[in-house]
Design a protein around this ligand. Structure first.
Ligand SMILES: NC(=O)c1ccc[n+]([C@@H]2O[C@H](COP(=O)([O-])OP(=O)(O)OC[C@H]3O[C@@H](n4cnc5c(N)ncnc54)[C@H](OP(=O)(O)O)[C@@H]3O)[C@@H](O)[C@H]2O)c1
Length: 324
């Protein structure tokens, strides 16, 4: 079967489309014929050996995707033929993948393969972060950094769905328009504007109640200066490359919390919460309360340019690889 294989931890250059053996099926698992698979920032790290998960070489990357169930192992209740989204951890960039049943969620008929393939990580992370971890309340103000990116765009939409006012930051005015279309109330270009001062202005001097930060580095540091009393700063990722440090004196004086979010860890530690979050999100999608964030669909063979575009901050929302 066709798959994108990582044969060396050289980043994008270590990847090639190859013919490989089909994965073995197992009890409690389902075999899925993959129709589409998403690209995530974490994929750019895993193929350089810089991610928490370090699979043995060679391996097939790809955290998530969507397709049809074509075979089920013993003890599985999901029927063959079901259209599903799945979280594989690795292996999604492949014609077929074998996934444990709890990591597979049936999708509505109206959901495209592309929307389903790029759904779990981005929507799941933002929902667990804002609802479960930050306990966001209606009427609160949320500052979303990297708001035009994969996770950021879903954070904008979820915060709006939960009744918050959303301030979005991004690196260009065109990227901010993408966040505006997802419902952001206020837009800040953090390359041309001092977001710390603008957030204070927009919140009557108080600062944001919840800050969603997938960028880290200087953005994290400045966020601690525009957060409200009792605020919650969600640390989602470090797209800027620097892992920031939280000064305890500021946490104390401002009575704030810095909250870590590791969505992938819920698969092992709390799969029930992960699943119920995804089921809520799929219902919201089916009801039209949220909509897909895919901006670009590319063939498997274009994985190299897709990853390079993501790293160059040229992409918005989600980029999806399509298998024909
Ligand atoms: N904690 C979790 O469970 C979890 C889950 C999913 C993702 N993440 C993390 O969240 C981060 C974003 O992931 P993603 O898939 O949304 O990626 P993405 O689509 O590439 O979005 C990242 C955004 O960050 C902004 N950015 C700011 N400085 C950047 C820099 N120096 N390099 C690249 N981007 C920069 C970019 O927007 P502008 O150009 O507009 O600034 C970009 O849109 C990553 O660190 C990822 O590992 C964490």
């Amino acid at each position: 079967m066709k798959a994108i294989v990582c044969s060396a931890l050289d980043g994008v250059d270590g990847l090639a489309v190859k013919d490989i053996e089909r994965p073995e099926s197992a009890a409690g698992h389902v075999r899925i014929r993959v129709r589409a698979a998403a690209i995530n920032f974490a994929d750019t790290l895993i193929i350089k050996g810089q991610y928490q998960v370090r699979p043995e070489l060679p391996f097939v990357p790809g955290i998530e995707g969507a397709g049809e169930v074509v075979e089920v192992g013993d003890g599985v209740s999901i029927p063959v033929g079901t259209r599903v989204m799945f979280v594989a951890g690795v292996g999604a960039w492949s014609e077929e993948v074998v996934v444990a049943e709890p990591m597979v969620v049936a999708i509505p008929d109206a959901m495209s393969w592309e929307d389903a393939a790029s759904f779990p990580v981005a929507w799941g992370t933002s929902h667990i972060a804002l609802d479960h971890r930050a306990q966001l309340q209606p009427g609160e103000t949320v500052l979303v950094h990297g708001a035009a990116g994969g996770v950021g765009l879903t954070a904008v939409a979820i915060a709006k769905q939960m009744g918050a006012t959303v301030i979005a930051t991004a690196g260009s005015d065109a990227r901010l328009q993408v966040a505006a279309a997802a419902g952001a109330d206020h837009l800040i270009n953090y390359r041309s504007d001092d977001f710390r001062a603008r957030v204070k202005e927009l919140t009557g001097g108080r600062g944001a109640d919840v800050i969603y930060d997938p960028v880290g580095g200087d953005v994290f540091d400045a966020s601690l200066r525009c957060i409200n009393w009792c605020g919650r700063l969600l640390t989602i990722g470090f797209a800027a490359g620097r892992v920031p440090k939280a000064p305890a004196n500021i946490l104390l004086v401002k009575n704030i919390a810095v909250i870590g979010v590791h969505w992938g860890a819920y698969a092992e530690r709390d799969p029930a919460t992960m699943r119920s979050s995804l089921e809520t999100l799929v219902e919201w999608f089916a009801d039209g309360a949220i909509r897909g964030t895919v901006s670009s669909v590319r063939p498997f063979e274009a994985v190299h340019t897709a990853l390079r575009d993501l790293l160059a901050r040229k992409t918005t929302g989600k980029v999806v690889l399509r298998l024909e």
